[in-house]
Design a protein. Structure first.
Lengths: 215, 215
DNA sequence: ACGTGTTCGTTAGAAGTTATAACCAAGCAG
DNA sequence: CTGCTTGGTTATAACTTCTAACGAACACGT
């Protein structure tokens, strides 16, 4: 392990502390949710008192934004490496579910209820479109003959979000419903709305995935 | 308007104040989300100072639970009256969407990210199953020939959640995917994940609904 | 090797929050 | 009219985020 050594010890220390802060923050979020994240508690767990933490993050919101960014980054990386390993759309779906179950609050931090005023910084929407690009590729690789719907026509005129991806409207449509259906089952499962209903959420998930791939 | 007059003026006043508290609480939630609901702010808006509010709700959580209950109640009532007016599954879907867009935070309060520890009291799950019953009825009314899936077989053995509804497994399955798909599109729309993508969420919603009804 | 200046941590404090305790006034009943 | 229940008040405790002021430790240029 050599180089990238233009790091002063000060900078090394700083990034390490920032990492530990995020570490502890994730622990809190995992057990109590993002709304219960307390900077004070994080600071005390690390062993420094309260306001010291503001040397590393300007505000609670900035820390949370960083966590959201990391979560997106993690999902994008996971999907990209799965895709590079030859995963098809079905495999990607299971990859997403596995990633979500690994840390439900991390998924919910991204796709859960946002605070009404919040606007993600630009680089985050960039990662989000990286994810979308992977999904679009996987959908495009799937040769399928869906009848053209009115919404397909609408998408032909509104494809900015595809970021120049050359897929035909039907593929764009497929990527969207892949997203919404996966999220529909997954978010209800993670939010606990299936608990006590008796059936196995995993089976519902794969059943829904099968339907998506069938038609 | 007569009777049910076994109400003492004290009780009348009490229920009226409780109603106003909820009123103001909804206003706050609608603009800033449930996590930003402040009992103090609500109390001041009503004109009484802070702790007076604890005569009416034992805690912030109790107030929020009551709001969740009211939200469920409102959705169930809306669906029931729509159903009574002859609405089919498609109409119910649009009813749900209309209800959600009317006050997005109200929908998200029910189906959004929960706090990890939270368990809804029994009477709320009761309302929830009332909603499910309406959906099951609407799905049962729709004669459809879906090929039996493995998940259908699983549902045949795990139908407790249907609360004794006599629908066959395929109908149970249809009700579930109706729920998850509607929620998938709707929650992403309400959370703002479609903003800036260019297409019209309403068209995606109806397209997804059409697919659901087609197969 | 020695100032100097940036950085990091501390404590103090302001302005919030939920929630409890103690107290007082007003309403309702015997 | 006496008293009890109820609804409001203020004071306080224990939190929260976040700013300010100060001190110490470190890195760097001379």
């Amino acid at each position: 392990m050599a180089e990238t050594d233009t790091e002063t010890p000060r900078e090394r220390y700083r990034t390490q502390v920032r990492a530990e802060i995020k570490e502890r923050a994730w622990e809190q979020i995992a057990t109590a949710g993002a709304s219960a994240l307390s900077l004070n508690a994080v600071a005390k767990q690390i062993g420094m008192s309260g306001p010291a933490l503001y040397r590393y993050y300007a505000s609670r919101d900035e820390l949370i934004t960083e966590l959201i960014r990391d979560a997106y980054r993690s999902l994008a990386d996971t999907l990209r490496s799965a895709s590079a390993a030859g995963a098809d759309l079905a495999a990607l779906a299971h990859t997403i579910r596995g990633w979500a179950l690994e840390d439900p609050q991390r998924y919910l931090l991204i796709y859960g209820t946002p605070v009404p005023g919040y606007h993600a910084p630009g680089d985050i929407t960039l990662i989000s479109s990286e994810i979308m690009a992977i999904l679009l590729d996987a959908c495009a690789a799937l040769a399928q003959d869906s009848p053209a719907t009115p919404f397909d026509a609408h998408l032909a005129d509104h494809r900015e979000w595809a970021n120049g991806h050359p897929a035909p409207p039907a593929v764009l449509h497929r990527a969207l419903i892949f997203w919404t259906r996966i999220h529909g089952v997954l978010s209800l499962e993670l939010a606990g709305h299936f608990t006590g209903m008796g059936f196995d959420p995993a089976l519902l998930f794969t059943a829904e995935l099968d339907r998506l791939l069938a038609h």
